[in-house]
Design a binder for this molecule. Structure first.
Ligand code: UDP
Length: 242
C-alpha cells in the first residue's frame, strides 16, 4: 500500500472513549495494559499529524443512572459520574506522557490541583502545540453524557469528525451481542440515526453533531491501533454523515 492510503482523512478530531474501554478484562476500574495499548494507539494517531481531543467517559467507575437507582438524587449522582471521568483522564494523561507524547487533561469541572480547568481557548492552545488534549467532566453539567460532551467539544473546537470508539465495528440495527438478526450499517445520516433510535450514542449527541454537520465515525477499539487505522479510513466503521 502506498503512503497516501495512510494519510489521515481529518486534521482535528475528537475521540470518544467510554470508561469501559479502559477497564480491559476487569469488571470495573482501570487496566494498566489496556491504558498502555490505547495510549500507544493515540500516540500513533497523533504521529500522523492529527490534532486529537479525547473525551473520556466514567462508566468503569460510576454512572449517574446507577446512583439514581440506589436513591442518590440524579444531579448529585451525575456529579459523582463526572468525577469518575476525571480519574480516567488523569490515568490516560499519564499513560501518554510515559510514552513521551505530550498530553493535557482539562476538566469541565474545575479541579486546579489535579489538572487545568477546561476552556475552549486552553484546549485550542494545547491542540495547536500538538498536545493530546484529554477532556474530563463531560459537559460539566448533570443530566448529560460524555457522548454529548464529545459532540459539544467537537463543535466548539471545530473538529472535522467525532471518532466514537465502541466494542463493535459500527452501528447495528439492534445490539449484535443480543440479536443474531442485527444488521450493520455502512453509512447513515444523522437523521436516520435519530429516527431509528440507534443506541450507539444518545439523541442529544446525534442532534448536536447534526446541527453542526460533524460526521461521526463509529468503530471498534478491539483491533490493534484501531484509532489510528480509523483515522486513515482503514478498517470497518460506520460513517454517520449528512
Ligand atoms: N456525566 C454528567 N455530565 C456530563 C457527562 C457525564 O453528569 O456531561 C456523568 C453521568 O452521571 C454519567 C457519568 O458522568 O453517567 C459517566 O459518563 P458516561 O456515562 O457518559 O461514561 P461512559 O458510558 O462513556 O463510560
Amino acid at each position: 500500500m502506498n503512503a497516501s492510503h495512510h494519510k489521515p482523512k481529518w486534521k482535528r478530531v475528537v475521540v470518544k472513549l467510554s470508561g469501559e474501554a479502559l477497564q480491559g478484562g476487569q469488571t470495573h476500574g482501570l487496566d494498566a495494559k489496556t491504558l498502555d495499548r490505547i495510549a500507544e494507539d493515540l500516540d500513533a494517531a497523533a504521529a500522523l499529524g492529527v490534532e486529537i481531543a479525547v473525551v473520556v467517559g466514567g462508566g468503569n467507575f460510576f454512572r449517574g443512572i446507577q446512583g439514581a437507582d440506589k436513591g442518590i438524587e440524579r444531579a448529585r449522582a451525575d456529579s459523582i459520574g463526572m468525577l469518575a471521568t476525571v480519574m480516567n483522564a488523569l490515568a490516560l494523561e499519564y499513560a501518554l506522557e510515559k510514552r513521551g507524547r505530550a498530553a493535557r487533561a482539562l476538566s469541565a469541572v474545575p479541579m486546579p490541583a489535579l489538572c487545568e480547568p477546561y476552556s475552549r481557548q486552553t484546549a485550542l492552545h494545547h491542540l495547536g502545540k500538538r498536545r493530546v488534549v484529554i477532556l474530563a467532566g463531560g459537559t460539566g453539567n448533570p443530566f448529560f453524557t460524555t457522548d454529548t460532551g464529545a459532540a459539544l467539544r467537537g463543535a466548539e473546537l471545530s473538529c472535522d469528525a467525532i471518532m466514537k470508539a465502541t466494542q463493535v465495528d459500527g452501528v447495528y440495527s439492534a445490539d449484535p451481542k443480543k440479536d443474531p438478526n442485527a444488521t450493520r450499517y455502512e453509512r447513515l445520516t444523522h437523521d436516520e440515526a435519530i429516527a431509528k433510535n440507534l443506541a450507539v450514542m444518545d439523541t442529544a449527541a446525534f442532534a448536536l453533531a447534526r446541527e453542526n454537520r460533524i460526521p461521526i465515525i463509529v468503530f471498534s477499539l478491539a483491533a490493534p491501533r484501531a484509532i489510528s487505522s480509523a483515522l486513515s479510513g482503514q478498517g470497518r466503521a460506520t460513517l454517520v454523515a449528512p
